[in-house]
Structure formats: C-alpha cells, structure tokens
Write a protein of this length. Structure first.
Length: 269
C-alpha cells in the first residue's frame, strides 16, 4: 500500500471509529436513501444473478440483498466495519466478506458479476485518477450487459445544509481560503475533509470516457436531510406519502442537483 493510500485509510479508520455507520440508514430521515437505493437495485435482481458490493460498510445493503435469496460477495476497507458486518450475518444469508480496496479488486476475475455496487468508495476518492480507477475496476469485474451502481456525495446539498442551515462550517472562511470557489461555489475536497464532494456535471465528465449506457441518475435522498426534523416528525401515513412523492420525482433533471447523495446506474456495454 503506497503512502498516500495508507494515509487516506488511516483517516477513514479514525473517522469511522467514532461514527455509527451501522445505524446511519436506520432512522426515518436517512431510510429514504436506503429505501430508494434498494428500490433501484431490486429492478435488476433476477434469478441467478451474482452480486458484488465494494465498500460494503457494515453490510446493510449486502444483507438486504442476501435476504432476498441472492449470493453476495462483499469487499470493505475498514476492519471495524468488517467485524460488525460478520457478526450480523445470519445462517440464511450467503455472504462472503473480505477486506480490500475499491482501487484494486485483483481477487476477482474479469466479467464475473451481474450487479456491482459501489455505494461508498466515491465518498472518499479525491482525484480524477482514483475515481477512474475505481470505475475501471468495477467495470472489469462486471459482465458485459451487467449493471453498476455508483453513489456520490453532492456538493450543493452540503453547502446548503452544513454551511447555511446548520452552520457546521463558516462558508466565508472557505471562500477566503479557496476551499470553495467564490464564483462557481465548486468545493475542493481533500482527504482531511473525509468526504469528497462533487456535482453532476463532474460525474458526467468522469463517465464520458467509459463504454457504458446510463440507465438512471437518481437523487437518493433529495431534500430529506434538509427536512430531517420534519420527516422525523411525520406519522407513518404521511411518511409513506412523502416516499411516493420522492420516488415520483427523484430522477427529474430539475430536482437531482439538491440531493445530498446521488446514484448513477449504468450498464456495461
């Protein structure tokens, strides 16, 4: 492992050592992301498909897919997550989890999986070269005609929520020190920030060099994080209605820019 990757791994291990990743998607607000992502995964699950999840965290998605009767290979970087993941695998779930890096999936042959999930690694990749390597490895291990899911953290939602609404960072300082461009409000992310923020136009540019066909670009949680207090206060009927609305508009081009997390779904040609 080179020095740069080792440093980033240490930063992630320290961060997630103090963060409840296993519980992140459990509450009503954050469940919008999970339910939306699973809704799209289920569109492409059919008898006999082989599934790989890279950056599987504590296994919430892998276990949900295994509960539907599918075999799942899972790769995770952070050992603490693997420990939690393995403890939660039940006898009826056919999952194999191993430690690994999304930039190097050498443990898998070419053209092996029908569905490949990259639902976390792009959150923590900061250079175009690393992002392209991650996509390249995902495509290499996916069969021609297979489907790849890649999740991102979107910059504008972070600016609106974390800077203007919650005041977690002082945006004036970030404008002054160049972390946020004062004209375009693009965000310059570094490993010390933990999360790599992007915009859809950057994702489009990244994907333009690959032989793929985009199937969906989804705002997986759209306004849910900004509306977290309102959503948490909803009764079950209102929340179900909110989900119906969310599902109806989460692919609309005029809506996807305000999501905190997005999901790019494409077919390998």
């Amino acid at each position: 492992m080179d020095t740069r990757i080792k440093h980033q791994t240490e930063l992630l291990t320290n961060y997630y050592g103090n963060y409840d990743e296993d519980g992140r998607l459990a509450n009503k607000c954050n469940s919008v992301e999970f339910l939306t992502t699973m809704r799209y995964i289920e569109k492409y699950l059919s008898s006999g498909v082989k599934v790989l999840e890279v950056g599987a965290g504590t296994g919430r998605y892998s276990r949900a897919i295994a509960d539907k009767g599918f075999d799942v290979e899972a790769v995770e970087l952070v050992q603490q997550h693997i420990d939690i993941f393995q403890k939660q695998i039940t006898p009826t779930q056919n999952i194999r989890v191993q430690q690994g890096n999304a930039l190097d999936l050498h443990m898998f042959n070419n053209n092996l999986f029908d569905i490949t999930l990259i639902l976390g690694p792009m959150y923590h990749l900061y250079t175009t070269e690393d992002k392209r390597q991650c996509i390249s490895e995902a495509l290499r291990v996916t069969k021609p005609g297979g489907v790849v899911f890649v999740a991102y953290v979107i910059a504008d939602a972070a600016i609106i929520e974390d800077r203007f609404v919650r005041g977690l960072w002082k945006i004036e300082d970030e404008l002054d020190n160049g972390r946020i461009n004062p004209q375009t409000f693009d965000v310059r992310s570094t490993p010390e920030d933990i999360f790599a923020l992007t915009r859809k136009e950057n994702i489009d540019c990244l994907m333009s060099g690959f032989s793929v066909n985009r199937l969906h670009y989804v705002a997986t949680n759209m306004l849910s994080r900004i509306l977290r207090n309102d959503i948490m206060a909803m009764d079950d009927d209102t929340f179900e209605l909110y989900l119906r609305y969310h599902y109806a508009v989460c692919e609309r081009p005029d809506m996807v820019g305000v999501t905190a997390h997005s999901l790019d779904i494409f077919r390998k040609l």
